[in-house]
Design a protein around this ligand. Structure first.
Ligand code: COA
Length: 162
């Protein structure tokens, strides 16, 4: 029997579990919170809020990589629209693959899956950003066709009123 890698390609003589790339479901929330904790920091969100977001947030696309009932990666994409520009813009906001599952094409498949969902919703331009030192992510994004821009990204914490 031919062995398959995580995404099901034949690689040699034995079979390992297949990874399924699909849209997240509200019932994924308890698994998603675990990998979200690893990426965004423990306690950065709760399973209840993730479930609520998956049910109600129409402007976000969330794709997951699952191995059986366990999630091993996820990717989020956000759709924004402005009165000054008729085209909706898609931003890939989060991408994470569990350490033991990296370099098997899962990150790329997750991005492609989010891109397909953007395409179905009529988007024609996508945006992605990552850390200046994050060579893994930069290499992946370049290989997916994203190009460097001259944009300078800035952040600000908004102080509470009063
Ligand atoms: C970045 C990340 C999502 C990549 O996931 P992955 O599943 O390992 O990526 P893939 O296997 O699809 O890699 C596809 C290509 O990207 C490039 N790449 C991925 N990881 C790399 C690394 N550590 N160093 C150099 N290039 C890398 C390679 O070109 C790779 O193709 P190859 O394996 O045939 O050489 C993963 O390393 C991760 O979760 N990192 C921590 C979270 C993070 O940094 N997220 C992005 C922040 S916005």
């Amino acid at each position: 029997m031919g062995r398959k890698n995580a995404l099901g390609s034949k690689v040699d003589q034995e079979v390992i579990l297949m990874i399924d790339i699909r849209l997240a479901k509200p019932s994924d929330a308890s698994e998603l919170v675990k990998i979200n904790d690893l990426f965004c920091g423990e306690g950065s969100n709760t399973a209840d809020k993730i479930e609520e977001s998956l049910i109600n947030n129409d402007s976000e696309i969330v794709c997951v990589a699952s191995e059986g009932s366990n999630l091993v990666g996820y990717c989020c994409g956000d759709i924004s629209r402005s009165m000054s520009c008729p085209n909706k813009c898609g931003t890939v906001t989060h991408l994470y693959v569990l350490e033991g599952y990296r370099r098997q094409g899962i990150g790329r498949k997750l991005i492609e899956s989010v891109e397909n969902e953007f395409r179905k919703r009529g988007l024609i331009h996508l945006h992605i950003s990552t850390g200046a030192e994050n060579i893994a992510a930069q290499t992946l994004y370049h290989s997916c066709g994203y190009e460097d821009t001259s944009e300078f990204v800035m952040d600000k914490d908004l102080p509470k009123e009063g």
